[in-house]
Design a protein around this ligand. Structure first.
Ligand code: SF4
Length: 491
């Protein structure tokens, strides 16, 4: 089917954030499963706005799929799309963009991917990034595989095709044992819904109960909430769950390892109304703000969040410090979609189109601005200018994560290392560059305390992946090393 003209759906004014690259969702045991998946993906849209896809299975119609550029609500609410996806079993995927085709996604790169095997078809949707995908792809092509996309995730389908195992779950185990890096996967056969997390559990995946007969898998609990599913538990790091005939069977395909969940999910990626490790993300972010207030106090009149992601941390900072909280900056929620293809003139207006300062509140005040992170620093500089233009007496930045000095290779879009402000400047140099009265980041230990590790970071066995702050990669990014990336010890 031909595609409608492609709209730019990522926010064209927001290139100064790390971006989670995918959200995944699956459901079984419910009539019109595609509708449930569309809702689940809609709730996960913050994890990827570029494109989405759904695959379903219905015994008389077989497998059906639809993949589209754009937002879920613009594609998968329409009867001419959703009506072509019958069945009680479905999986779906939303993406920003994954390895291989950043910024140039083609429809063939949009997941779920589908493979026809001797024992029947299977579809998979992957969140994360395979760090040895280049080597795997080379090997698979040499052995005759014909790739359809530029996505690292397609390697999983080809590895499954080469396995000699007799069932799809066993073939998946074979395939995923060859894969390095971060992966949460939802997959389906004609009868099974399957969920897997990599041995370190870098990316999230949760299991939910839908009514009395159905099951759902979702990147985050907010995907379960929207369809009225009850949270059952997180799929554990290194676990594969196979759901069939209302039964969930747990498998352990990998050697047991200490988990290293992405600590940035707590800081920024996950929705604040989701829960991680049994605790609301909102609560954790507020605790991060409180910790930041203890570590980096400053005399001021107001604590203001950089909306929206800085809000819970700003509330925590305000409560801990006793300095009043105020919405000194207001976000125009509809900005990204209003100017689908911004002209140069509009682009130059930059952040002003998206954020506006509440002058009456700010004028003459010493303002603490709380943000989740500083990546390139371009937006932080513009926000500081706006706040000073509005008459602020002082501007102090407080950042709810440590300096982001290293790129992520586990399914998050990060600029190259030299583009990260913290990779080339000290904290004082960054303060000068941003032109603020003070700049402080939460320490890595403080962040660990705020996410529930009372003793801070255990340097010998950290409980989380924190590579973008520490430069210590829990899985060696072998493709990147081959391309010349220098690990911390080799710098
Ligand atoms: S490098 Fe950073 S963003 Fe990437 S998985 Fe690790 S903690 Fe998360």
């Amino acid at each position: 089917m031909s595609q409608p003209p492609r709209a730019l759906t990522t926010d064209p004014f927001d290139d100064d954030k790390l971006r989670e690259e995918c959200g995944i969702f699956g459901v079984t045991g419910v009539a019109e499963a595609a509708n449930f998946v569309a809702l689940g993906l809609h709730a996960l849209q913050h994890r990827g706005q570029e494109a989405g896809g759904i695959v379903t299975y219905e015994p008389n119609e077989g497998f059906n799929s639809a993949r589209r550029f754009g937002l879920v609500r613009d594609n998968f609410t329409k009867q001419d799309v959703i009506g072509t996806l019958p069945g009680a079993l479905a999986i779906g995927h939303v993406r920003y963009s994954t390895a291989g085709s950043k910024g140039h996604t083609q429809i063939r790169d949009v997941q779920p991917f589908f493979g026809e095997f001797s024992m029947g078809g299977a579809a998979i949707a992957h969140n994360g990034n395979i760090t040895n995908a280049d080597a795997l792809r080379r090997e698979l092509i040499e052995r005759g595989s014909i790739f359809q996309s530029s996505s690292d995730s397609e390697c999983i389908i080809h590895l499954m095709a080469r396995s000699l195992q007799k069932t799809v779950p066993e073939r998946m185990k074979d395939a995923l044992r060859r894969v390095e890096g971060a992966f949460s996967v939802v997959a389906m056969t004609r009868t099974k819904l399957i969920g897997v997390r990599d041995p370190l559990g870098v990316r999230p995946l949760v299991l939910g109960r839908v009514g009395s007969d159905g099951w759902a898998l979702s990147s985050e609990t907010c995907g379960l909430d929207i369809i009225g599913a009850a949270f059952v538990r997180e799929v554990e790091p290194g676990e594969m769950v196979v759901i069939e005939n209302d039964t969930v069977v747990s498998h352990r395909p990998f050697e047991a390892r200490k988990s290293r969940f992405c600590i940035f999910e707590h800081v920024y990626f996950s929705r604040p109304d989701s829960t991680l490790n049994g605790r609301s993300v909102y609560e954790t972010r507020s605790a991060i703000g409180a910790e930041l207030a203890k570590e980096a106090p400053v005399e001021a009149d107001l604590v203001c969040p950089v909306p929206d992601s800085g809000t819970p941390a700003a509330i925590g900072y305000s409560q801990q410090s006793g300095i009043p909280y105020a919405m000194g900056i207001i976000r125009n929620q509809y900005m990204g979609r209003t100017f689908i293809e911004p002209t140069e003139q509009i682009r130059n207006m930059g952040v002003r189109l998206k954020l506006n300062v509440n002058r009456a509140l700010i004028k003459g005040k010493r303002v603490i601005l709380v943000d989740d992170s500083v990546v390139r620093g371009t937006t932080s500089r513009k926000i500081k200018e706006m706040v000073l233009d509005a008459g602020a007496a002082e501007v102090h930045f407080r950042i709810a994560s440590p300096p982001t000095a290293w790129p992520c290779f586990y399914g998050v879009d990060t600029p190259q290392r030299e583009k990260l402000l913290a990779a080339t400047m000290s904290e004082e140099e960054m303060r000068e560059h941003l032109g603020v009265d003070s700049l402080k980041f939460i320490s890595l230990d403080g962040l660990y305390r705020a996410v529930g590790e009372a003793n801070g970071r255990d340097a010998n066995a950290p409980a989380y992946c924190d590579a973008c702050f520490s430069g210590e990669y829990p899985v060696a990014p072998s493709d990147q090393i081959e391309r010349g990336f220098l690990l911390k010890a080799a710098e």
